[in-house]
Design a protein around this ligand. Sequence first.
Ligand code: G6P
Length: 368
Amino acid sequence: SQVELGGYPHYMLKEIFEQPESIRAAMRGRLDRDQATAVFGGLNLDARRLRGIDRMILTACGTSWHSGLVGEYMIEEFARLPVEVEYASELRYRNPPLSSDTLLLAITQSGETIDTLAAMREMKRKGHPVLAICNVVGSSIARESDGGVYLHAGPEIGVASTKAYTSQCVVLALLALHLGRLRHLSYEAGLRIIDELEALPEAVERALESNDVARRIAGLYASCENFLYLGRQYNFPTALEGALKLKEISYIHAEGYPAAEMKHGPIALVDEATPSVFIVPQGGVYDKVIANMEEIRARGGPVIAIVDEQDERASAIATEVIRVPAVADFLQPIVTAIPLQLLAYHIAVLRGCDVDKPRNLAKSVTVE
Ligand code: G6P
């Protein structure tokens, strides 16, 4: 590859550590304090058309589908628009009843994933406006969409997506802010979101300081064959993404679940050799997630908790703790993804896996 490793043992680790910068790049020139909104050069849909949107369908595959789930919560909260998130491979063969004012948003790092491209073409054929969030400039999906937003994350070489994921979440937050400000979001609320976004790169820098702790915890659990990842609300997609990272590069079986849903099945897996990774920063469902953690501990399952820097209650129950800076709810999926990426990375390295080129996986799936 023409991209240098710059002293890192793997592209994945390099890309994990690039995230403060890739997140800055995703926001650069896009925050407008005067109007308390986000601005984009290439949406190609004017304010009147965007105000007329009655619903959004977000479609993607893999990690990009997880960022879509985060986007669903953001768009519902800031823009009060109904959102569905669909696997592109399913959407392409479905025929959902939708009005022509339903907007399709395709999310893709490569811009070449065949299912995402096909789902987009199918929706376009039926007259829906289609936008795309892409990293690769000039890719097929970028070219065929009506407009969209680039991540500007730089090339991502590691097959398991890291920096593209967090940049997708950032761009989705910007889009939610933009759509919100065209509808009912107040000037003050818009400014607060901008303040929170501007503080994000530094919070991600501090989250990267969890690397040593993540490596130590990896050493304790690298030989386990099953992991659960649990979170609620904004951090339910984080649980899915944490589990996917571990599966992809370490070949350990891992399941992400909404924390409360585990009692309907996955809790049967819990034993001393099955760690549960809880994503439990402060917020509306904090007490609820703590109650879920207690259920796991009561059954002898080890708990690795991702918590805020100042946390006391969740940390007291957990077996192992990883601390990250406290941020607004909608940014928690970005900050808490960092230690989960690091944990998966160190476990995979300890198991001797080929981190950048995991078996059976491709960076971009261009055949159906
Ligand atoms: C492959 C990659 C994943 C990626 C997915 C979607 O499975 O291994 O890392 O999330 O494709 O790719 P895209 O380029 O559309 O985001």
